[in-house]
Write a protein that binds this ligand. Structure first.
Ligand code: GTP
Length: 237
């Protein structure tokens, strides 16, 4: 089978990635397609941690007049719903999974315990990290960066609706240029919309490469892991 470039990965899926064309809620066909890709990676021995966003259900910033922290907690709960949907879909395909939550809800899932997460990964289980970091004011991108550092992931695969990082919005400007690679500092200096600055800084400080690619073709997840040239890589150089 293909060469594995990254043995242990952190897959960050935005909430929207699960919503398909609707942009809202969960499209189970889409989740199934993503799950099949994940299964292929598990089958070739890739260890997978996953963080899902919650934007398909609730975004903290939608809370306009709400208390920010409450709105953020609602977002964390939304990620739990997505995590359970992904878990169910993966298990229907026979993939072993564990969901770990940053906020205890023991009846529903395991609490996040780093050492347990490591054991699950070693045993080939997909570990889905839910409820963000458990703190308001942090994004699920930051969760992905934090958990990636904790589980010693080789890379963060950032699956987006756009197929990489551009110098300007490719939907608005036809001459937008896609970057093949970027340094963390470039991303921060130019204010490029890769991850938010907290997440980018965490990756920079811990030297975790970020591969940004599009989920337009779910095959891309495998391409990313096997080192085929896709998307934009953000790293030290
Ligand atoms: P190993 O010890 O490596 O075999 O891992 P394991 O996860 O199978 O161990 P354990 O026997 O602790 O867990 C058995 C099942 O219970 C798994 O499906 C876990 O996800 C689940 N589980 C463990 N702890 C919790 C918890 O606190 N809450 C919930 N809801 N499920 C849990």
């Amino acid at each position: 089978m293909n060469n594995i470039k990254y043995k242990r990965i952190m897959l960050k899926l935005s909430g929207e990635a699960l919503s398909g064309k609707n942009g809202y809620g969960i499209d189970f066909e889409v989740v199934k397609t993503i799950s099949k890709e994940i299964k292929e990676l598990v089958d070739i021995g890739v260890e997978i941690g996953a963080v899902v966003g919650g934007g398909n259900i609730w975004r903290g910033r939608n809370g306009e007049d709400m208390d920010r922290t409450t709105a953020d907690y609602m977002g964390m709960l939304a990620t739990c719903i997505n995590a359970l949907a992904l878990q169910d879909s993966l298990e229907q395909l026979g993939v072993n999974t564990r969901v770990q939550t940053a906020i205890e809800m023991k009846e529903i899932a395991e609490p996040f315990i780093r050492r347990r997460a490591m054991r699950h990964l070693e045993k080939g289980r997909v570990v889905i990290f839910a409820a963000g970091t458990g703190n308001p004011y942090f994004s699920t991108d930051t969760t992905a960066a934090l958990r990636a550092a904790e589980i010693e992931a080789d890379v963060i695969l950032l699956a987006k609706k756009v197929d990489g990082v551009y110098d300007k919005d490719p939907h608005k400007y036809s001459d937008a240029k896609k970057f093949e690679k970027l340094s963390y500092i470039d991303v921060l200096d130019r204010g490029l919309q890769v991850m938010d600055s907290t997440a980018t800084s965490l990756c920079m400080d811990n030297n975790i490469p970020i591969l940004v690619f599009g989920l337009d073709s779910p095959e891309n997840i495998k391409k990313a892991v096997t080192g085929e040239k896709i998307g934009t890589i953000v790293s030290k150089e």
